[in-house]
Design a protein around this ligand. Structure first.
Ligand code: GLC
Length: 556
């Protein structure tokens, strides 16, 4: 069977069902004005990189006005652009250029909390307990004789208590406010209809400006259990349910779904296929699938896949469970290996299976095996891009960038680092600015040498320019994989495990006339006679797939 083209056999399906969406982390992508922080004109100038790579859409981490206490996930105004990143006109230019290149644009929406600098929060602090201004947030009286103890035992994801005591308008200690993240990120109260109305309006503001969708931050957190019942476990960004299976009172509550139904109705009233993507750290996959029921969101990040250890059995279990859960609700699965919150997969996989770090690595921690990590990362990506559904690529992974594990404490900016006294190393190591041209200062990130986090000297040889056109480079591997994925319409495929090859530490499946093999075992795996190699993450050895390698074969 020759290559099948999308149009031959796949009925016209909405773009997002098999989309590859590229995450741009604006602070670190490209810096046009040379202040060391990336910006919108920088992104616009580099969009051809994404078109050449072959992705379908770009998701921008938040670019709204923000004091940047949590790198923009602390929004002070949902209807503007942070001056450090540019202007609304710059955003419109970016969006127009992206659309011209055939790329869709997905914004990041942060509805769980605002910045403490948001007008609403300032008004709340200035108003009295019980006022409508305070009712937009979660203010409560403290416990203890003078209210000096937090209202309950909840912990912040970033460490410490999830409550901070506010001063009363007269300056004396007053009520406490809830923040599941940093104290500069007060949680909104989604039982308040005013909050619903405000976000519906924000959605329309951006939809009217032509955005193609929203990635919804902490989508599992908006609604808290009635009465804020005690929960004195440590929080992690990654835990949507406790080890005991008990659901924490701040995550994955039933009420969130009504919000997404409201939003879906708004999106559906616009032309085109505008999408909602859930960032919901919930397990098992059946719980995640509830976010993508027909009248809710379109996609949800598959964090179970991201977290699966490098073992064939565990990967297979996650894939099977994901596909089964999504099939029930008729939504496409998604696959993701890296983002701005986790250790880059080129480093994560350089640790023994099962011992992968999730949140940051410091200079004194055990260091990853860089060569092994990259080899496995390339295999992991080649395997992932053949799976049916949508996929996410985080900026820099197409260059094989590792986590920067040696950042000294004084340059680290993630609030999680400071709030835990450095115990949580934080996420700066996956946020280091992108190298574009090896011989330029800041490797072409900006016009000068400024870069908000230092780039390691080894990154010169990992730059886009250094890898372009170089056979076997990680960049060319991604380009090749994305082109073949499109040509064979693999995102629309149906996975069928190859019972002969799958087993032990080997995974193999067939999809749309392509055989995909991932070998995690010590022995090489021979493909069936006549299988023609289409793509290999490393090199075949005597026609077989060696250890920690993935390959696609055409079954002619
Ligand atoms: C999400 C974001 C993360 C942010 C947090 C709080 O998990 O991905 O970067 O710190 O929400 O907004």
């Amino acid at each position: 069977m020759g290559p099948v083209s999308d149009t031959d056999t796949v009925p016209a399906a909405p773009w997002w069902r098999d989309a590859v969406i590229y995450q741009v982390y604006p602070r670190s992508f490209a810096d046009a004005d040379g202040d060391g922080l990336g910006d919108l004109p920088g992104i616009t100038a580099r969009l051809t990189h994404l078109a050449d790579l072959g992705v379908d859409a770009v998701w921008l981490s938040p670019v709204y006005p923000s004091p940047q206490k949590d790198a923009g996930y602390d929004v002070a105004d949902y209807r503007g652009i942070e001056p450090v990143f540019g202007t609304l006109a710059d955003f419109e230019a970016l969006s127009a250029r992206a659309h011209e290149l055939g790329l869709r644009v997905v914004m990041d929406l942060v509805p769980n909390h605002t910045s403490a600098d948001h007008a609403w929060f300032r008004q709340a602090l200035a108003a009295a307990p019980g006022s409508p201004e305070r009712a937009r947030y979660v203010f409560r009286d403290g416990r203890g004789p003078d209210g000096e103890l937090p209202p309950n035992s909840w912990r912040s994801v970033f460490g410490g208590s999830a409550w901070t005591r506010a001063a009363a308008p007269d300056g004396t200690p007053g009520q406490w406010y809830l923040h599941l993240f940093d104290s500069s990120q007060p949680d909104l109260d989604w039982s308040n209809p005013e909050v619903h109305a405000e976000f519906e309006d924000v959605l329309r503001f951006w939809l009217d400006r032509g955005v193609d969708g929203f990635r919804v931050d902490v989508a599992h957190g908006l609604v808290k259990a009635e009465g804020l019942p005690e929960w004195d476990h440590d929080q992690e960004l990654l835990n949507g349910s406790a080890a005991s299976g008990e659901r924490p009172p701040m995550w994955d509550q039933e009420g969130v779904h009504e919000i997404y139904r409201e939003w879906r109705r708004v999106l559906d009233s616009y032309d085109g296929e505008r999408i909602l993507v859930a960032e919901a750290w919930v397990t098992p996959p059946e719980r995640l699938a509830r976010y993508v029921r027909g009248d809710e969101m379109h996609q949800a990040f598959n964090f179970d896949y991201l977290r699966a250890p490098w073992r064939a059995g565990e990967l297979k279990r996650v894939i099977d469970a994901t596909l089964a859960a999504h099939e029930v609700v008729g939504a496409p699965a998604t696959w993701v290996l890296s983002n701005h919150d986790v250790v880059r997969h080129a480093s994560r996989l350089g640790y023994p299976a099962g011992g992968e770090p999730t949140s940051g690595v410091g200079p004194d921690d055990p260091q990853p095996d860089a060569e092994l990590g990259l080899r496995r990362a390339r295999a992991a990506t080649v395997f992932m891009l053949a799976l049916p559904g949508g996929a996410y690529v985080y900026q820099g992974e197409e260059l094989g960038l590792p986590e920067v594990t040696t950042l000294p404490a004084e340059v680290r900016q993630d609030p999680a680092f400071a709030r835990t006294g450095g115990e949580d190393r934080g996420r700066d190591g996956c946020r280091v600015p992108i190298p574009w041209e090896g011989d330029a200062p800041s490797y072409g990130f900006g016009p000068g040498s400024a870069s908000w986090l230092p780039q390691p000297p080894e990154w010169a040889r990992l730059s886009v320019a250094a890898q372009t056109g170089v056979a076997g480079s990680t960049l060319e591997l991604y380009r090749g994989a994305l082109a073949l994925r499109r040509e064979h319409a693999l995102g629309h495929g149906e996975l069928e495990w190859d019972a002969g090859l799958t087993g032990g530490d080997v995974l193999a499946f067939r999809t749309r006339g392509v055989l995909v093999v991932l070998n995690l075992s010590a022995e090489p795996v021979a493909p069936p006679a006549g299988a023609r190699p289409l793509l290999v993450s490393g090199e075949l050895v005597d026609g077989s797939v060696p250890t920690d390698t993935a390959a696609w074969f055409a079954l002619d």
